[in-house]
Ligand binder design. Structure first.
Ligand SMILES: CCCCC/C=C\C/C=C\C/C=C\C/C=C\CCCC(=O)SCCNC(=O)CCNC(=O)[C@H](O)C(C)(C)COP(=O)(O)OP(=O)(O)OC[C@H]1O[C@@H](n2cnc3c(N)ncnc32)[C@H](O)[C@@H]1OP(=O)(O)O
Length: 185
């Protein structure tokens, strides 16, 4: 993946269409795995992000910063903001393409402080694919859809076989996610 100053998406990236069975604009995506740190509802310390499919190849997510997310006093920790963007970017890749994929590389540009109590309105866009490589980008605006941009991010996701998760992860947790019918791999 190219560095921040270089062309995005990189040369060789092809435009993509959403999968025919992908959820349409306006669909609330809910929780893909109850224990996910980004969106899970059984993860007390998590980010509890909520996402909805947007127009075009986008997903819109919201992340409200609490005192549990601080780095500097009163301000969101940059690593947690990166986590929020990983979730939003993974959501646009996974839900619109309906392909299992993992983050290979994630870049974040922090442009404004994000205070405790504020909500980031994140729009993530599916920029294209090159073989197994999925390119996605996002921006997060402070406290409103048209608020000032606080964070920009872009990422490379790489498609994997489903056994990536059972081989390297926890097969029982995978079964729990599958049985919840929240995703349908
Ligand atoms: C997580 C959800 C699972 C559920 C899936 C089901 C349904 C989906 C529906 C909804 C999902 C909704 C939301 C998801 C929300 C959040 C997502 C969170 C995602 C994560 O939290 S995920 C954890 C962190 N993530 C990892 O744990 C990855 C560890 N890693 C590896 O597992 C390997 O590293 C892997 C597999 C990445 C590649 O390994 P590999 O051996 O398969 O393939 P290879 O190395 O050949 O790479 C192939 C091509 O990608 C290029 N490439 C690779 N990495 C690159 C890099 N960093 N920079 C530049 N280029 C790179 C190569 O250069 C080559 O390019 P080329 O084809 O041109 O040669």
């Amino acid at each position: 993946m190219k560095n921040s100053g270089e062309a995005w998406p990189p040369e060789g990236t092809e435009p993509v269409a959403a999968h025919p069975d992908a959820p349409g604009p306006g669909t609330k995506l809910g929780v893909h795995f109850s224990e996910c740190f980004g969106c899970g509802d059984e993860q007390d310390g998590g980010l509890h992000m909520e996402s909805t499919v947007g127009d075009g190849l986008t997903v819109k997510s919201q992340f409200t910063v609490t005192e549990a997310h601080q780095g500097a006093p009163g301000l969101a920790h940059g690593g947690l903001l990166a986590c929020a963007f990983d979730e939003a970017l993974g959501s646009v890749a996974g839900n619109l393409l309906r392909l299992p994929a993992v983050t290979g590389r994630l870049e974040t540009d922090f442009r404004r402080p994000v205070p405790v109590g504020s909500t980031l309105f994140i729009t993530a866009t599916l920029d294209g694919m090159d073989g197994r490589k999925i390119y996605v980008s996002a921006e997060g605006r402070l406290d409103a859809e048209d608020g000032p941009v606080a964070v920009r991010a872009r990422a490379l996701f790489v498609t994997v076989e489903f056994d990536h998760f059972t081989t390297h992860g926890d097969p029982n947790a995978w079964k729990k996610m599958r049985d919840s019918n929240r995703v349908n791999p």
